[in-house]
Design a protein around this ligand. Structure first.
Ligand code: NAP
Length: 248
């Protein structure tokens, strides 16, 4: 196997598409996954799984593997990994690009949603209602005390511990469809959708389904980007950057 010169921090469809694109172009890459999902969709090419142990561990990995460029293609809400990548690349002088799909701020319905800055505000906005919660496993604790009448949580993997009374879990992985999302919300008599500005087409149908059923949308704003890190929002631009920086 050729020595990888590019590290893709992944866990997203964009990261997998970039691995395909670079692989096809003959650029050896290694993709990194956090290891949170039980049965992750594996990118093509070399894959490593698990945290690096903070910026220091990542810096060491970059040196050891002689990585020349890093593309942070993690989820827009994966703040910890993005901060760690910025610090490690700064420390080692390795070039870093952020690849993040566009958010839903330009969605035709965006003006009808309640935009909030944090999970506390989202929980407060959903109080007293039947809620569909799609903000992910890591945020569950923030919503445990939410005064909702019913909560349906959608996750990729089942939860291991107990959940409060009035909560249930549905496990699934996108992409989702408009009829499927309408049926889910209608069957559970959902009144409020609590979600986050993940962006992308795979999980977008819930937003149209909510509008169709008169379900209120409460949406978490994205965390701020790492300062000073160049960013693109599409795979072709990221692939071009890699070709430019790391060469063939
Ligand atoms: P996070 O808070 O940014 O990351 C926490 C720690 O997990 C990082 O400091 C790092 O540990 C490790 N980590 C995260 N992404 C990694 C990667 N690609 N490769 C190796 N280690 C990684 O991340 P998160 O929000 O828990 O998300 C975890 C993963 O799931 C990310 O890769 C992300 O792309 C994907 N994902 C997240 C969401 C979301 O809503 N947050 C949604 C879909 C997919 P060390 O400090 O030990 O290096």
């Amino acid at each position: 196997m050729p020595t990888p010169t590019v590290l893709i921090l992944g866990g997203t469809a964009e990261a997998r598409a970039l691995a395909v694109s670079l692989n096809d172009a003959g650029v050896p890459v290694v993709s990194s996954l956090a290891g949170r999902v039980r049965d992750p969709t594996r990118p093509v090419g070399e894959v490593r799984i698990g945290g690096f142990g903070g910026p220091g561990g990542l810096a060491e990995y970059l040196r050891e593997r002689r990585i020349r460029a890093v593309v942070d293609a993690t989820h827009p809400f994966a703040m910890g990994m993005s901060a760690s990548a910025a610090a490690a690349c700064d420390r080692t002088g390795v070039r870093l690009l952020r690849l993040a799909r566009p958010g839903w701020g330009d969605h035709p319905l965006a003006g009808t949603w309640r935009w909030v800055d944090d999970t506390a505000a989202a929980a407060a906005a959903a109080a007293g209602h039947r809620v569909l919660l799609t903000t992910g496993r890591r945020t569950l604790g923030d919503f445990i005390d939410m005064a909702a009448t019913f909560v349906l949580v959608r996750l990729v993997d089942p939860v291991s511990g107990p959940l409060p009374g009035g909560w249930s879990v549905v496990t699934s992985r996108g992409p989702y469809t408009l009829p499927g999302e309408v049926a889910l919300m209608r069957d559970h008599r959902i009144e409020v959708l609590v979600t986050k500005d993940s962006g992308g087409a795979m999980t977008e149908p819930k937003l149209d389904a909510a509008q169709r059923l008169g379900v209120k949308v409460v949406i978490l704003r994205r965390p701020p980007a790492e300062p000073g890190v160049p960013a693109v929002d599409g795979v072709p631009d990221a692939a071009a950057w890699v070709q430019d920086v790391a060469g063939r």
